[in-house]
Design a binder for this molecule. Structure first.
Ligand code: TIU
Length: 220
C-alpha cells in the first residue's frame, strides 16, 4: 500500500488491486472531423492532455498496473444505438454517418480508433461501449472481478460525460475511484472544474482527485 496525495484525503493505492482506466481517447473526440467537432466543440481543449495521459500510461505499464482502455462506439448496423442517442442534439454529422475520418463512432473505423500515441499494447483490455458509462452493456464488471481489481485510476475524456458517468457507475459497484486532474479534459473547462469539485465533495462522495505528479510519484 502507498498513499497518493489526493483530495479530499490520501488515496490508499494497492498496486495489485488497481487498474488505470483510460476513457475514450479516440480520434472522434480529439481530432477535427470527428464526433466532438460535429457537436460544435473545440477539440484542441481535449487533445492538449495527450502528453499527460501518455506519461500516466507509461508509469502504469512500468509499475505493472493493469491497464484498461475504453472506446465509445457502435456496431456498423447501429443495432446498439438507441434512436434517442442518434437523434440527440444538432450535430453536423450523426453517429453512423460518413465523415472525413470514416463513419462517426463506428467500431473499426479510423476516426473511432484510440490515438496512436496512446494505443493499447498487447494484453491490455479494450472495452467498446455503446453508452457514456463503461459498465453499461459491456463486460467491464466481469473483467475487473476476474482480475481482482478494486481500485480504478481514471484518465480520459470528457470529464463530465464519459469519465464522470463511469466513475459514478464504478463508485456504486464498490470501486475506489481516483481521477487524475491533468489527464482528463472537457470541451468546457468550467464543466471539468465542476466535475472535479463534485466528485471530491462531501468526503469524496464519488471518489478522489489527484494531481498527476503525485500519482506518478506513488507509481515510481
Ligand atoms: N460530448 C462529450 O462531451 N462526450 C461524449 O460524447 N463522449 C465522451 O465523453 N467520451
Amino acid at each position: 500500500m502507498v498513499d497518493i496525495k489526493a483530495q479530499p484525503f490520501a488515496f490508499p493505492l494497492n498496486v495489485e488491486k488497481a487498474a488505470l482506466i483510460v476513457i475514450d481517447m479516440q480520434r472522434d473526440f480529439t481530432e477535427p472531423g470527428g464526433f466532438g467537432e460535429t457537436l460544435g466543440n473545440d477539440v484542441s481543449l481535449v487533445s492538449a492532455i495527450v502528453p499527460d495521459v501518455k506519461r500516466l500510461l507509461e508509469a502504469a505499464r512500468a509499475t505493472g498496473l493493469t491497464v484498461i482502455h475504453t472506446m465509445e462506439c457502435h456496431r456498423p448496423d447501429l443495432s446498439d444505438l438507441p434512436e434517442a442517442k442518434r437523434n440527440r442534439g444538432n450535430p453536423s454529422l450523426r453517429i453512423g454517418d460518413q465523415g472525413p475520418m470514416g463513419r462517426i463512432l463506428i467500431s473499426g473505423e479510423y476516426g473511432t480508433d484510440i490515438l496512436p500515441a496512446l494505443a493499447p499494447t498487447p494484453g491490455e483490455l479494450v472495452i467498446e461501449k455503446p453508452g457514456k458509462g463503461a459498465f453499461y452493456a459491456t463486460p467491464l464488471g466481469d473483467e475487473l472481478k476476474s482480475r481482482g481489481i478494486t481500485q480504478l485510476i481514471f484518465a480520459g475524456v470528457t470529464t463530465e460525460v464519459c469519465v464522470q458517468t463511469t466513475m459514478r457507475e464504478a463508485n456504486d459497484r464498490g470501486y475506489d475511484c481516483l481521477l487524475v486532474e491533468e489527464a482528463t479534459a472537457s470541451y468546457f473547462p468550467a464543466f471539468k472544474q465542476a466535475a472535479l469539485d463534485m466528485i471530491r465533495a462531501q468526503g469524496g462522495i464519488v471518489g478522489w482527485t489527484a494531481h498527476i505528479d503525485d500519482v506518478l510519484e506513488a507509481l515510481d
